[in-house]
Design a protein around this ligand. Structure first.
Ligand code: HEC
Length: 281
């Protein structure tokens, strides 16, 4: 007992004395209660619709989502699924959403590069023709493709939500280079940029993306208030759906498999009892 206590105390002291822990706090991650959490979780269709609008009207100015086609929006589990149109290429709402967006193409007669209204089968177009152009417009930084970012970053949709709502004025003592923004949820280590008390390095990091969201920036068709919180939640849910469009089917399949296995466990148990009933042991 005493030995254990001493060992624990020693361990605690070792941790307290460690300068690494004092110097570099973890970025702030805020947890959201998502409709798609847990084994019975489902996507909230209205939320995905709002999230698409945020992506389209705000994020798409800088970020591509090259793995997504417009028709994906009308597939089962997606934001604009309509059971009347099991083939989402025929979904009139998806068609009209696509038609509003111009995509690059080649004129079949002249071979010239042209743009034309998108069709459901088209992929989401990229906002920039190539990487150098994307960097040139963003002070040298490259806006990453958002197709699978909700799975590619630790924390997933919680991380994206936190990043969207994590912009703060840089604390006095933090020197930022031009075009950099302080964000409490960005991964990073501010130790070298921090001129204040070295035990109080601020959490988070710097990011080249200017704060993308602002109150009232998007008008939601369902009348939801257009706060930064709401926009951030909805776009994070949308990006999670984009990265995991088959999540609901996967969960339902998993649940079915569990019930099946449970049934066989019970069956096995009773057949075991029956087979060994008259055997002395
Ligand atoms: C004005 C252009 C611009 C807009 C608009 C914009 N971003 Fe960005 N975004 C960037 C740039 C540039 C980066 C790269 C930042 C860096 O490397 O420091 C970035 C990075 C990101 C990252 C990755 C952060 C990381 O962990 O590395 C995410 C996630 C992101 N943006 C999401 C969004 C979302 C969601 C929206 C829409 C609500 C959005 N962005 C709107 C320019 C933009």
């Amino acid at each position: 007992m005493l030995r254990k206590a001493i060992a624990l105390a020693a361990l605690g002291l070792a941790f307290l004395g460690s300068p690494a822990l004092a110097a570099h706090p973890k970025p702030v991650e805020r947890d959201v209660a998502w409709s798609f959490d847990g084994p019975f979780g489902k996507f909230d269709t209205a939320q995905l619709q709002r999230g698409y609008k945020v992506y389209r009207e705000v994020c798409a100015a800088c970020h591509s989502m090259h793995l997504l086609s417009f028709r994906n929006l009308g597939e089962k589990g997606g934001p604009f699924y309509d059971p009347e149109y099991p083939n989402s290429n025929d979904n009139p709402y998806v068609k009209s959403l696509a038609k509003d967006i111009q995509v690059p193409d080649i004129d079949q007669d002249t071979g010239d590069a042209i743009t034309r209204p998108a069709m459901p089968a088209d992929r989401f177009p990229s906002p920039f023709p190539n990487e150098p152009a994307a960097r040139a417009s963003n002070g040298g930084a490259l806006p990453p493709d958002l197709s699978v970012i909700a799975k590619g970053r630790e924390g997933g949709p919680n991380y994206i939500y936190s990043l969207m709502t994590g912009y703060r004025d840089a604390p006095a003592g933090l020197t930022l280079s031009p075009g950099q923004h302080y964000n409490v949820s960005m991964n990073g280590d501010l130790t070298s940029a921090w001129k204040g008390d070295h035990h109080k390095v601020p959490p988070g990091g710097v990011v080249a993306m200017p704060p993308p969201l602002a109150a009232g920036k998007v008008t939601f068709d369902d009348g939801s208030p257009s706060t930064v919180e709401q926009q951030a939640k909805d776009v994070s849910a949308f990006l999670y759906w984009a990265a995991e469009p088959k999540m609901m089917e996967r969960k339902q399949f998993g649940l079915g498999a569990m019930i099946y296995l449970l049934f066989f466990t019970v069956l096995l148990y009773f057949s075991y009892r029956r087979i060994w009933k008259n055997v002395a042991h």
